[in-house]
Design a protein around this ligand. Structure first.
Ligand SMILES: Cc1cc2nc3c(=O)[nH]c(=O)nc-3n(C[C@H](O)[C@H](O)[C@H](O)COP(=O)(O)OP(=O)(O)OC[C@H]3O[C@@H](n4cnc5c(N)ncnc54)[C@H](O)[C@@H]3O)c2cc1C
Length: 487
């Protein structure tokens, strides 16, 4: 079979490698100059569900026993411990350990008082129930429909697992989260999935559960290193890459490029954002997004990131979250700005207000003087506003890290929302694509099997959802559709 994959992000690379390993002829079109997409802008990142990438490398290793090697033979994959350090506005902190249930309970009890650990474990158990309910029915079923979700709703066990009327925050409160700092930790998981914490559905408890149950990992060398390994695996399976090849239209069995060239194929795999896909197929942007002026409206926030170098070694964990002012009014205003009306936020000079934002810092022990600092900003924030804020961001990072004046920070580079949009094409440089506002927007994203005959959709804005692991899982789903036994 001849297959065209559009987009060389993690999802496109995974789909191309899998499909080429099944004796198909695969051409991968990428509008940029290299493979990796968003992987190239992340800095150190956290990989959850490593089994998805492990399976990819095993299944695409070729026939010989020596094959192309496992994931671990191609990149240095190491567990992170602690997973994350949370530092709250009052100076207190929570150090979250990797996987161990007892240690997680102790960490919460130590940070928030006796009973907090049991509450956290109850939330993880909720996530476990939800994951067990959706994995075989919706997550790993490429052609699952809304009907599958309704079937879950109709069964008592399914309803208990999904608690469709509850938000994640309410679920936490139901399990005894009394301390607002615990709710702030939960809100970070919602934001990390591209959901407004005020409306994020309880089913997103799967995210802390997955991280806890399957561990948090990192690739030494970060996103570019994973991109290299996946690209090389594709080359080993004879995938043909065409860089600088932007698709401008998709019809059944044909792709037109910006150059005017027309390519034909039996199957087309769009590994691009949902809004790009709608444009390519000539469809209207989905639902409410169509009525809004900004192309990024309805999309989850972007990140403004600065890559910094310190003049002395730092002792930073893999990831830290420094909460800013978590006062109710301040955080409501910030979330309104991030999710509801990015254009108004930018116009009001939102970022120049001396707000006290939450900062995320990621670092790798191999480079003890380097780190990335990220702050949530609305998708679509202009370069002018973003660059204007960078000095404040650097100052805030130094302050939150408690750096003395003899440990100076030098700016190595910045990544603005516009940079992200330029690299990936995702509207406004949104990190997680369409915002999650409900159970169905979390679980029924753009389907793998599209209405156009022979067209499949993979990537962070398709099913099962955002993040590296799910983007790679979407490629597994797409490859499953093509298995002869399913046709
Ligand atoms: C700062 C940051 C930190 C992150 N940290 C983590 C983390 O710790 N853990 C985690 O799991 N996830 C993380 N993510 C999210 C993760 O990086 C993304 O979910 C993932 O990279 C998305 O991959 P993708 O293949 O769906 O899309 P992309 O990476 O966006 O790839 C799409 C590709 O398609 C190409 N393309 C677009 N349009 C066309 C066209 N018309 N023709 C040809 N090619 C086209 C683009 O150029 C791009 O290369 C992070 C993201 C950011 C920005």
């Amino acid at each position: 079979m001849r297959i065209i994959v559009i987009g060389a992000g993690v999802a496109g690379l995974a789909a191309a490698a899998r499909m080429a390993s099944a004796a198909n002829e695969v051409v991968l079109l990428e509008r940029g100059p290299s493979a990796g997409g968003g992987l190239n802008l992340n800095g150190p990142f956290t990989l959850t569900l490593p089994a998805v990438l492990r399976d990819l490398f095993v299944k695409t290793g070729g026939r010989k026993a020596s094959g192309g090697g496992s994931l671990e033979e191609n990149v240095s994959l190491v567990p992170v411990d602690p997973v994350r350090r949370y530092v709250f506005a009052d100076g207190s902190s929570l150090v979250l350990p990797n996987t161990a249930r007892g240690a997680a309970k102790d960490a919460f009890d130590t940070a928030f008082g006796n009973g907090a650990g049991a509450s956290w474990l109850s939330l993880l158990d909720h996530g476990n129930r939800a994951w067990s309910a959706i994995r075989p029915t919706l997550v790993e079923v490429p052609d699952a429909t809304r009907g599958e979700l309704w079937r879950l709703y109709r069964s008592g066990a399914g309803r208990r697992a999904l608690t469709p009327r509850r938000t994640l925050r309410q679920a936490g409160e139901g399990y005894g989260f009394r301390d607002p700092r615990m709710s702030a930790v939960l809100a970070e998981y919602a934001l990390g999935a591209g959901a407004d914490p005020r409306v994020a559905p309880a089913v997103l408890a799967i995210r802390p559960y997955i991280e806890h149950a399957f561990g948090a990992w990192r690739v030494v060398g970060g996103g570019p290193e994973l991109a290299r390994a996946m690209y090389e695996r594709c080359l080993a399976r004879n995938v043909t890459f065409r860089f600088g090849a932007e698709a401008t239209a998709i019809a059944s069995g044909a792709v037109t490029l910006a150059s005017g060239e027309r390519l034909t194929a039996d199957v087309i795999v769009a590994a691009v954002d949902e809004q790009i896909l709608r444009r390519l197929t000539g469809g209207a942007p989905a639902g409410e997004r169509a009525s809004k002026a900004s192309t990024a409206a309805g999309y989850s926030p972007s990140l403004l990131s600065a890559h910094l170098h310190a003049s002395k070694d730092l002792d930073l964990p893999h990831e830290s979250v420094f909460f800013g002012d978590t006062g109710r009014d301040a955080s409501n205003a910030r979330l309104d700005a991030l999710f509801a009306d990015p254009a108004a936020y930018a116009a009001s000079g939102g970022l120049s207000v001396p707000a006290d934002p939450t900062l995320r810092i990621s670092a790798a022990p191999e480079q003890p003087r380097e780190f990335f600092v990220h702050v949530d900003v609305p998708a679509g924030l202009s370069d002018e506003a973003a660059h204007g804020y960078v000095p404040t961001l650097v100052e805030l990072a130094a302050r939150r890290l408690g750096l003395s004046s003899d440990n100076a920070l030098t700016l190595q580079g910045t990544v603005t929302p516009a940079d992200r949009e330029r690299l990936t094409g995702v509207p406004g440089g949104s990190v997680n694509g369409p915002a999650i506002t409900s159970v169905s927007s979390a679980l029924l994203r753009s389907p793998t099997v599209q209405p156009v005959k022979g067209l499949l959709h993979v990537g962070a804005s398709s099913r099962p959802g955002p993040g590296l692991a799910f983007a790679a899982l979407s490629a597994w789903n797409a490859a499953e559709v093509l298995r002869p036994t399913r046709i």
